[in-house]
Ligand binder design. Structure first.
Ligand code: PEP
Length: 252
């Protein structure tokens, strides 16, 4: 049985006090959903420590949205994976399309970040996905394959066992457009096939999340698909009620 995960990517939203309130709301409502669903919140770096306090004693886990490619030293403005781990994070989102697009993150950088994440006992949530032009040209399979081959294929078998993938079509992120459940299943199954070509049966255990305008009204249909193991949620993760309602999609 693969892990079921609902992870919230808060992006650059909420001030610390607001983040604390949001986390409190998630903790308070978490009991409405089966323990078999793992909830993760990924606040901005500035309030990871405060949110970690709120999550203490709950089963809601903490993640960061990024980390540095280097271990430590003269890298002004960067945040090391070791610092994130010390604050109680278990996960780090890597390769989000916003980071690839606005901050020029390449596979080369992401390989270094992966190394840091594993060296500090964290689990990467590695994002892949095509943009609209690539989808319209029918290149979405090739794009995802390349993003996996260039980074995930460099992992050891041991590291691969501790990986979460998020398929996030760029055209669906924050746009209100969602991939259909069939589109999600088609590419999730394909991603699993690519993973199994390298890691064999272990690919069956790798959670593959869908991300892109996932909300309470569409989560159940998407999560019902065989190769969809949950969601990476942006906008709808900013309201505790909606975030939890998305988790309920597994129970529908
Ligand atoms: C995301 O950016 O990871 C995301 C899925 O955003 P949204 O849910 O807002 O589309």
């Amino acid at each position: 049985m693969r892990k079921k995960i609902v992870a919230g990517n808060w992006k650059m939203n909420t001030l610390p006090a607001e983040g604390v309130e949001l986390a409190k709301g998630v903790v308070a409502q978490r009991g409405e959903v089966c323990e078999c669903v793992n909830f993760i919140v990924c606040p901005p770096f500035t309030h990871l420590a405060q949110v970690a306090e709120v999550l203490k004693g709950s089963t809601v886990e903490l993640g960061a949205q990024n980390c540095a490619a280097e271990a430590k030293g003269a890298y002004t403005g960067e945040v090391a994976a070791s610092m994130i781990a010390a604050l109680g994070c278990k996960y780090v989102i890597l390769g989000h399309s916003e980071r690839r697009q606005y901050y020029g993150e390449t596979s080369e950088t992401l390989n270094k970040k992966m190394e840091q994440v594993y060296a500090n006992g964290l689990t990467p949530i590695y994002c892949v996905g095509e943009n609209l032009d690539e989808r319209e040209a029918g290149n979405h399979f090739a794009v995802c394959k390349q993003q996996i081959e260039e980074v995930v294929f460099n992992l050891t078998e041991e590291q691969f066992k501790n990986l979460v993938i998020a398929y996030e079509p760029v055209w669906a992120i924050g746009t209100g457009k969602t991939a259909t459940a069939e589109q999600a299943q088609e590419i999730h199954a394909y991603i699993r096939e690519v993973l199994s070509s390298k890691f064999g049966a272990a690919a069956e255990e790798c959670p593959i999340l869908y991300g892109g305008s996932c909300k309470p009204s569409n989560a159940a249909e998407i999560f019902a698909k065989e190769d969809v193991d949950g969601g990476l949620i942006g906008g709808a993760a900013l309201k505790a009620e909606d975030f939890i309602a998305i988790g309920k999609g597994f129970m529908a």
